[in-house]
Design a protein around this ligand. Structure first.
Ligand SMILES: Cc1cc2nc3c(=O)[nH]c(=O)nc-3n(C[C@H](O)[C@H](O)[C@H](O)COP(=O)(O)OP(=O)(O)OC[C@H]3O[C@@H](n4cnc5c(N)ncnc54)[C@H](O)[C@@H]3O)c2cc1C
Length: 266
């Protein structure tokens, strides 16, 4: 069995983030990292493998992104994935969900042709664009059932059962492999790479593919064919000092209520 885990390289939220002139995110000139929410996807892929002792299961980490996006794959390898694939091509810059899911699907199909792909695991959303739609699009393109937003993942044989938490209820959903699965940040703490894992990752296979390796035409991806466009962006205003309500004459509670009401919190 082969598990493909989709890992996105995103700008570091704690560092300075910038937009390009065309309102896309600057993904090249800023510090980036494996999207924290995709660490949960890697964790679930690794747990899936570990719970099936005796079965031959490989975990392949896949990213689509600029040169530096290879770091997302490296982190997944350090956590325990067996091999990695980085799809990089200048034409991909500025791609929307539709184009991103196309490239990911073609890469999964290529992995599948070589090694199989019984399970594709994604995060619940990226931490930059937060679309939460790529897993569903990927499932549609691959013709696989989508089992999304899992807070609990259980499996036996070719059966997978997940719990999806909603407001006030929990759904239990079952599906038969192969599937596309996405997992939430409630699915289990992601492990830190150990020193041994970091050293071992250096020797693991990491392939770099271009659009032509996937048979994707450059005209099918990129900003010029995006179905939606970010027209304008405004930097968030700097944080202002908080307001302190003092209660020197017993009017504190009223002042607090007035403040909350003025902000429409109550
Ligand atoms: C400022 C800004 C400008 C943008 N401009 C445009 C625009 O003009 N037009 C437009 O249509 N879109 C635009 N986008 C959206 C951008 O193209 C998305 O980042 C991209 O389409 C993927 O969507 P997502 O990150 O929301 O994925 P989600 O659906 O939130 O991702 C869910 C999961 O899918 C997987 N995944 C997603 N992307 C990748 C990847 N690259 N590699 C590997 N796995 C992945 C991961 O497992 C991830 O957890 C913009 C985004 C930003 C932040």
């Amino acid at each position: 069995m082969n598990i493909v885990v989709c890992v996105k390289y995103v700008p570091d939220a704690t560092a300075d983030r910038k937009f390009e002139d065309d309102n896309t995110v600057d993904r090249v000139g800023v510090d980036g990292l494996l999207s924290e929410l995709d660490e949960y996807a890697v964790e679930q892929a690794l747990q899936f493998r570990e719970k099936r002792e005796g079965e031959e299961i490989t975990v392949t980490a896949l990213t689509v992104g600029p040169e530096k996006a290879v770091d997302a794959v490296r982190k997944a390898l350090q956590m325990g994935a067996d091999s990695g694939v980085h799809v990089v091509d200048d034409a991909i810059a500025g791609s929307d969900y539709i184009a991103t899911s196309l490239v990911l699907a073609k890469a999964v199909e290529k992995i599948k042709a070589d090694a199989g792909a019984d399970l594709v695991v994604c995060g619940m959303a990226s931490t930059d664009a937060s679309g939460s739609v790529v897993p569903a699009m990927l499932a549609e393109r691959l013709g696989l059932p989508q089992v999304t937003l899992a807070s609990v993942v259980e499996s036996q044989g070719d059966q997978v059962r997940i719990k999806r938490d909603n407001e006030g209820s929990t759904e239990v959903i079952g599906a038969t492999l192969p599937i596309v699965l996405s997992v939430t940040d409630q699915s289990g703490e992601a492990r830190y790479p150990s020193f041994k894992g970091i050293m071992a990752a250096k020797k693991k296979g990491l392939e770099t593919w271009s659009l032509s390796d996937l048979g994707v035409d450059a005209g099918e991806v990129g900003l010029s064919v995006a179905w939606s466009q970010v027209e304008d962006t405004t930097a968030r205003p700097p944080r202002t000092a908080g307001e302190i309500v003092t209660d020197e004459d017993g009017s504190g509670a009223t002042a607090l209520v007035d403040f909350l009401a003025s902000k429409k919190f109550i």
